[in-house]
Design a protein around this ligand. Structure first.
Ligand SMILES: [Zn+2]
Ligand SMILES: [Zn+2]
Length: 133
């Protein structure tokens, strides 16, 4: 990874690679957001709690798209979409439908993990990302 990745929230800031719960992510030191390339958020969640979710659940469990984000994907520059991870306990996530990367605004990784610990995703509508073009 040699290309600089820009924060989707504060586009002037560059993202720094970090380790997040045993997986790798890119962090914005300015706003505290975290960028996970495809599959990495699920890997981090399984590392945190192996029983929390089957592979791919993050990509399939998000609710309806709420809005288009102002931000663009740090990996491929596609526009991001804003989603709630769960209808019952909204946690904002931004997802790139081109590469399935996930942007978590500051603090939302902890909220996602807490939600999974409470099995809060059980009633979430299932939606397949990237199935339509
Ligand atoms: Zn930022
Ligand atoms: Zn992308």
């Amino acid at each position: 990874m040699t290309r600089a990745q820009h924060c989707p929230s504060c586009s002037q800031s560059l993202l720094d690679p970090i380790e997040a719960h045993g997986s790798s992510a890119e962090a914005c030191t300015h706003c505290g957001g975290l960028w996970f390339e495809a599959g990495r958020l699920a890997a981090a969640i399984r590392e945190h709690d192996p029983s929390a979710m089957p592979p791919g659940l993050v990509a399939s469990a998000v609710g309806a798209k709420l809005a288009a984000s102002d931000g663009h994907c740090p990996s491929c520059d596609h526009a991001l979409g804003v989603y709630d991870l769960s209808d019952s306990n909204p946690v904002r996530v931004e997802i790139c439908q081109a590469c399935s990367g996930v942007w978590l605004p500051h603090g939302n990784l902890d909220r996602v993990l807490a939600l999974l610990a409470a099995r809060g995703l059980g009633g979430a509508p299932r939606r397949s990302l990237g199935a339509s073009s």
